[in-house]
Design a binder for this molecule. Structure first.
Ligand code: MG
Length: 292
């Protein structure tokens, strides 16, 4: 099931796609009330999803041409948890670009976070902040959306806590990321977290999902990998983090990016105003944004 947040007639709603994505059925037509995506996720289990899946077929939806798509989670309640250097080929290209910032041994996953004042949706512009950024980069990533509070979860049970998946572009200012040593500032500028186009519920995938992941800049293929090639997998990450911090329903975990980012090229190929970036994960969709 594809669950989205959209604007229609001046109000923001949560809906479910039907009819091969041609129509959106608002979840309040289905007895869920006027909920935000965070409320929808926290109040929905597998049984309820099955019921919604059946009932949506009985409703006439809104044609998708008439809605404006927003990021499925426009205002994340907490920071987005991110994995750094989680595909081997990306580890090599990052160390080639800046060994001090990205090289070295990594016996454990690298976790960092992004501040997200407002998540950018599919089709919305991204500000490149070119007054302070000279090396703007893209990173196509699988985003895991936690469905219920996870505390001291065993790896074997980790997928019980997943609501679904989306695509996240972990936009990065390499000059800020490397000069400040800590990645937080260079990853957290306004607009640096496009998420979308929607969330696909986990029942549509195997555990863990093994999906082709790609990024294009102005139509040119730059990243081309598979989510099965992560160094640290979803179950390990949920289990490890939840031993010490409760992962609340609605938490977003960005699982890291494969090789082919701009800093991986020689010379680097960073983004400029007017560039159009598309991140694609098969089975989820495409997330496209133009840099301004
Ligand atoms: Mg990243």
């Amino acid at each position: 099931m594809k669950v989205l947040t959209y604007m229609y007639n001046g109000s923001t709603s949560v809906g479910i796609l039907k009819n091969d994505g041609k129509e959106v059925v608002p979840v309040n037509y289905l007895g869920c009330g006027l909920v935000s995506m965070a409320e929808f996720i926290a109040s929905t289990d597998a049984e309820k999803l099955q019921k919604l899946e059946r009932n949506k077929e009985l409703m006439i939806g809104i044609p998708v041409e008439e809605i404006q798509l927003l990021s499925p989670i426009v205002h994340p309640k907490q920071d987005v948890i991110c994995l750094g250097i989680n595909y081997y080929a990306h580890a090599e290209e990052a160390a080639r670009f800046h060994d001090e910032a990205f090289g070295g041994e990594r016996p454990q996953p690298i976790y960092f976070s992004k501040r997200v004042n407002r998540a950018v949706g599919h089709g919305e512009p991204v500000c490149g902040h070119f007054d302070i950024v000279d090396s703007l980069d893209y990173e196509a990533e699988l985003a895991v959306i936690i469905g219920k509070d996870a505390k001291k979860v065993a790896e074997a049970d980790a997928f019980d806590y997943v609501f679904g998946y989306s695509i996240l572009n972990d936009i990065s200012a390499r000059n800020l990321q490397t000069s400040h040593k800590q990645w937080y500032f260079g990853k957290s500028l306004d607009d640096f977290t496009p998420i979308g186009p929607w969330i696909v519920t986990k029942n549509e995938f195997e555990n863990p999902p093994a999906l082709p992941i790609r990024a294009y800049v102005n139509g040119e293929l730059r990243q081309d990998s598979n989510t099965s090639l992560m160094i640290n997998g979803i179950a390990k990450v949920i289990s490890q983090l939840s031993q010490g911090m409760t992962l609340q329903a609605g938490t977003i975990i960005a699982m890291g990016t494969p090789a082919g980012v701009g800093m991986g090229f020689d010379p680097p190929r960073f983004l400029k105003a007017g560039d159009v970036v598309t991140c694609e994960i098969e089975g989820i969709g495409k997330l496209t944004n133009e840099v301004h």
